[in-house]
Structures are given as C-alpha cells and as structure tokens.
Design a protein around this ligand. Sequence first.
Ligand code: HEC
Length: 146
Amino acid sequence: MNLKRFIPILIVVCVLGTCLVGISAMGQKEPKGGTQLLREEMTALEQAFGAIIDAVIFDNMGLIKPAIPPLRKAREKVEETISTGQKIKLPKNRGRFEEFVMLDDKFHEEFKALEKAAEAGEKKVVKDQTHKLFDACVVCHEKFRK
Ligand code: HEC
C-alpha cells in the first residue's frame, strides 16, 4: 500500500482525537476556586445569621446550634484554601488581602463567642455578639465587596 494515502487519514484521526480530548476535558468539573468557596461560605453565613436573628427576636437560643454545621463546613474549606497560600480573588481592594484575612479571623472569633454564649444560654451576650457580627458584615463588605 502507498504510504502517502495514509497521511490524510492520519491527519483526520489526529484532529478528531484532539477534539475529543478537548470535549471530554470541558465536561470535567474544575476544582472549586477560592472565590466560589468564599461565596458558599457567605451563603451559609447568611442562613446561619438568619437563624441567629430569629433566636434573638423570638428569645429562643435553641435555634442557633442546629444552624451552625453547614457554615462550619463551608468555613473549613475557605480556611484550607487560605492556609495553602492561595489568595481568594476579592471583588474590591484585592491588594489588601492580609487585612481581609485579619477581619475574617476576627469575625470568626466573635462568632465562636456567640456560639458559646448560645450554648450557655447567655442571652445578653448572644444579643451583643449579634450586633457586633452584623456590624462586621457591613464593614467587610464595604471594604472588599463591590
Ligand atoms: C471578612 C469579610 C467578610 C465578612 C465578615 C462578611 N462577608 Fe459576606 N462577603 C465578603 C466578600 C468579599 C463577598 C464577595 C464575594 C464575591 O462576590 O467574590 C461577600 C459576599 C456575601 C454574600 C453574597 C454571596 C454570593 O453568592 O455572591 C452574602 C449573602 C454575604 N456576603 C453575607 C454576609 C453576612 C450575612 C455576613 C455577616 C453575618 C457577612 N457576609 C460577613 C466578605 C465578608
């Protein structure tokens, strides 16, 4: 057989192969980036915070504990990302990432204080922490969210 006749076939096979590899790569899920993980944490935080506000206004501390686990899970993923040195792409003031991390750490410290107070049934502390946390949402959003 004439080798020359094979060359066009070879080219077609190569082109098709490349296309197929490309298509299958598109179908694969990319690992989640830090930005997406942060948004997931924020959504979980918003939900947990809703429960916390209910707990305060309806004077029912028992609402807080069950609202925490989804937030904790989402939070852990963000912490992991940051601890591996990956910077999350912030919508605003991206260059002030260290300040963002500081605010974030402080926020979660205050959040832990709220959790502890809720478990101990210390209503006044829960109420004060709720105010503090709410202010912290606004401060961080003003700085880092568009
Ligand atoms: C340490 C900083 C920080 C704190 C504290 C913070 N946020 Fe955020 N939040 C952000 C940033 C940054 C974004 C924007 C993320 C993006 O769009 O890339 C955001 C986005 C959000 C979003 C939108 C998520 C989405 O899918 O686009 C919600 C909802 C939200 N935050 C709720 C809250 C609530 C509620 C609190 C307080 C209880 C809070 N955040 C506290 C930094 C913070």
